[in-house]
Design a protein around this ligand. Structure first.
Ligand code: PEP
Ligand code: MG
Length: 570
């Protein structure tokens, strides 16, 4: 839960710096803004003076309008108020005020007047450019009061930039619960509501809002009674989290003493610290694509990748680390230009060139990543995980590229270590042809986020069908149970056990823990923030009792029947 003042951010303004200025430096920041305005005024004067004599008269008139907007007293005063009262930096104050003005313009009946917002935007752009030339003042870690970010959409890579913690919560108009934007928000361990449809246009700058991430609720301008109720709930949930911390060093074992592996999902090397803090026994999924996103023409080379993977290996101090090769594509495009306001430039991106398909379409880039991974494997137990693999030809090519990568390192005399190779099972076709994957891979990891998406044909990032995105659909549950039992049974013909874990959002949902344990799952990978809550469920569970109850769940196809069978799990 989060309670705070709304900060409305247009997607186009995500690249504008957002930070708090140090207390006591507000007046200096206001002077920085004034200086930028003066620079723009001089710029507009020069522009007007330099107009050729034959320029149309409207040109000079336009410049005058821009000067008038620049000098608008009310706009200047309101912008300054953001700095004085909230300690926003000048750029943030300007864009916050621009949003307020845009809303006023949107409500105008006259189309001509409504479109004049473009002039205001151009003037603000000029001031923002002028501000870029002046060094910002000291930044403060916190502002006056808690803030909640409201945006139409935020690309997953942009979300990562909010890790520094200015915002207490997020709301986006578009996106599903397992979209990558939501996943990254969850990894920031702050409440978020995604797919709130028109929230961005209904909420106004600085409105007081409550976000209840667990129930997907968003309350705007709450009454004092509701506010008090939520403050209490917030304190209770904080207390519950504190209590969970006591479990950090308790071994994760079920009531019948079976050990359960609880691993962390990470997006960046820095995430290892919270993972260890939560008692993670290793990294079960490092989504490496985030190293590659929004990098323009400067994609990370082998050495930069090696440095990132090494940091993870060193931080995890000998604990096992599973690193996934890039899962670029779909809602995680390489270049932000391919993703604007939730629209993709590809026709059907989730079914298109993503994950291993993408890597195999650029073998040189793929081998570069494999070489960096092989080198990092010299530092500790490293497993390489291949996303979205579905075809025998992809397996063959992946193995061939891995061998080539080893040969390239040998040829250069570069040291590297052994790696286990695993497949993500996230395409129903792969789940139904599991022996193929069991034969060629050392371990499997089930990506339930995609497995649900592809089994039910529901775009996980599309809020208009999010009501149908159902991890508890009988088809999903039966597929999942079958993957787990077939993998466990493979030990007999493989001559050694094959590990299977779940690394989708289901693994981090404590309400699913008993179900997954009853299916035979003993390895879970999730956001570090979920580890202790899932451990608590593990400690209370008795798989011997759960197994027959799960069999009833799996043979329940009618919703009421299924609900009753799930409820019996406790
Ligand atoms: C999944 O699909 O469940 C998964 C873990 O991978 P991602 O969410 O990155 O697609
Ligand atoms: Mg996936």
């Amino acid at each position: 839960m989060a309670i705070g003042r709304a900060v409305i951010l247009a997607s186009a303004r995500l690249d504008v710096a957002h930070y708090f200025v140090d207390p006591g430096t507000e007046e200096a920041e206001i002077e920085r803004l004034r200086a930028a305005r003066r620079a723009v005024r001089a710029e507009l004067d020069t522009l007007k003076a330099d107009l050729p004599p034959d320029a149309p008269a409207e040109m000079a008139a336009f410049i005058d309008v821009h000067k008038m907007l620049l000098d608008d007293r009310q706009m200047a005063l309101d912008t300054i108020t953001w700095i004085r009262q909230r300690r926003y930096n000048a750029e943030w104050a300007l864009t916050a005020q621009l949003d307020v003005i845009s809303r006023n313009f949107e409500e105008m009946d006259d189309t001509y007047l409504r479109e004049r917002i473009a002039d205001v935007e151009q003037v603000v752009e000029r001031v923002l450019r002028a501000l870029r030339g002046s060094a910002g003042l000291a930044r403060s870690a916190s502002g006056n009061g808690d803030l909640v970010l409201i945006a139409h959409d935020i690309a997953p890579a942009d979300m990562l930039q909010f890790k520094t913690g200015v915002f207490r919560g997020f709301v986006t108009d578009v996106g599903g619960k397992t979209s990558h934007t939501a996943i990254v928000a969850r990894s920031l361990d702050i409440p978020a509501v995604v797919g709130a449809r028109s929230a961005g246009s209904l909420i106004r700058q600085d409105d007081l809002v409550i976000i209840d991430g667990d129930s997907g609720l968003l309350i705007v301008d709450p009454s004092p009674v509701i506010l008090e109720d939520y403050r209490l709930r917030q304190q209770e949930s904080q207390l519950a989290r504190e209590r969970l911390k006591r479990l950090k060093f308790t071994p994760a074992r079920t009531l019948n003493a079976e050990p359960v592996e609880l691993l962390a999902n990470i997006e960046q090397p820095e995430d290892c610290a919270p993972a260890l803090e939560a008692g993670a026994m290793g990294v079960g999924l490092f989504r490496t694509e985030f190293l590659f996103m929004n990098r323009g023409d400067h994609l990370p080379g082998e050495d930069e990748q090696y440095a990132a993977y090494s940091r993870v290996m060193q931080a995890m101090q000998g604990k096992p680390v599973t690193i996934r090769t890039i899962d670029i594509g779909s809602d995680k495009p390489l270049d932000a230009e391919d993703y604007r306001d939730g629209e993709f430039t590809h026709l059907n991106p989730a079914l298109g060139l993503r994950a291993i398909r993408y890597s195999l379409s650029d073998p040189a880039m793929f081998r570069m990543q494999l070489r960096a991974l092989l080198r990092a494997a010299a530092l500790g137990p490293l497993k390489v995980l291949i996303p979205m693999v579905a075809h025998a030809s992809e397996i063959r090519q992946t193995l061939a590229e891995l061998n080539k990568a080893r040969a390239e390192l040998d040829a250069k005399g570069v040291a590297y270590g052994p790696v286990e190779l695993g497949a993500m099972i996230e395409v129903p076709g792969a789940a139904l042809a599991l022996p193929l994957f069991l034969r060629h891979f050392d371990f499997l990891s089930v990506g339930t986020n995609d497995l649900v998406q592809y089994t039910l044909a529901i775009d996980r990032a599309d809020e208009s069908v999010s009501n149908l995105y159902d991890p508890l659909h009988p088809a999903v549950l039966n597929l999942l149970a079958q993957i787990i039992s077939q993998t466990r049974a493979a030990a007999a013909w493989k001559g050694r056990p094959v590990e299977v874990s779940v690394c989708g959002e289901m693994a981090g949902d404590p309400s699913m823990t008993r179900l997954l344990l009853g299916m035979g799952l003993r390895s879970f990978s999730m956001h570090p923030s979920q580890i202790l809550a899932v451990k608590q469920e593990v400690l209370r569970a008795d798989p011997d009792k759960l197994t027959p109850l799960v069999q009833t769940v799996l043979s329940s196809f009618e919703p009421e029947e299924l609900q009753a069978a799930l409820a019996a799990l406790g």
